[in-house]
Design a protein around this ligand. Structure first.
Ligand SMILES: [Zn+2]
Length: 183
């Protein structure tokens, strides 16, 4: 991918983190028939020196400290009846729902077309998580964490690592030594 070091600002559980680095890859499990999906992006953070012009001086890939930063985002288009047993989502005016919002199939709120613009529903919110990893081994552990990615994500996580390894010799050699299970 793009090997140019630049500034990134990424949302995590506790707000936004900023750093200089490169994006190594990204994957998504989005398919049009599922209203929830996961996106994963992987970055390598670099220590940079700011030049006299205020711009970061491009570091050598091998120079200085680096970390791997994994962002996992849980996306959702699902909304619920307010006060339903599903007990999730935030109160939202029907008028403010995303165009492609989908009613929960357990508590069955009215479909988007049947909602009045003043009706309130409980819209699920996207979840952002950041993992800052000091070594490739830490990164692999973060990807395998069931709280981050359950078994169904093993395919996309492998795809992300394969993308990243093309631009990152350290990741390439670390993943060479790992036995990936498939299925
Ligand atoms: Zn529901």
């Amino acid at each position: 991918m793009n090997d140019h070091v630049r500034e990134f600002r990424l949302r995590g559980t506790l707000g936004t983190s900023a750093f200089f680095g490169v994006r190594l890859g990204e994957v998504s499990t989005e398919v049009h028939w599922r209203p929830r999906w996961i996106e994963m992006s992987l970055y390598r953070r670099h220590d940079v020196v700011m030049g006299a012009d205020g711009q970061p001086v491009q570091p050598l890939q091998s120079a200085g400290a680096r970390q791997w930063i994994l962002q996992t985002t849980g996306r959702t288009l699902v909304y619920h009846q307010q006060g339903s047993d599903c007990a999730t989502g935030v109160p939202t005016l029907a008028d403010r729902l995303p165009e492609d919002a989908e009613p929960c199939d357990r508590c069955r709120p009215p479909g988007p077309a049947a909602l009045g613009e003043d009706d309130m529903v409980a819209m699920e919110v996207d979840r952002f998580m950041l993992h800052v990893c000091e070594t490739p081994q830490e990164l692999l552990a973060a990807m395998a964490d069931p709280k981050v990615a359950d078994g169904r994500l093993s395919g996309p996580a492998q795809g992300l690592l394969a993308q990243a390894a093309q631009d990152d010799p350290e990741l390439a050699s670390a993943t060479d030594t790992v036995q990936w299970l498939t299925g």
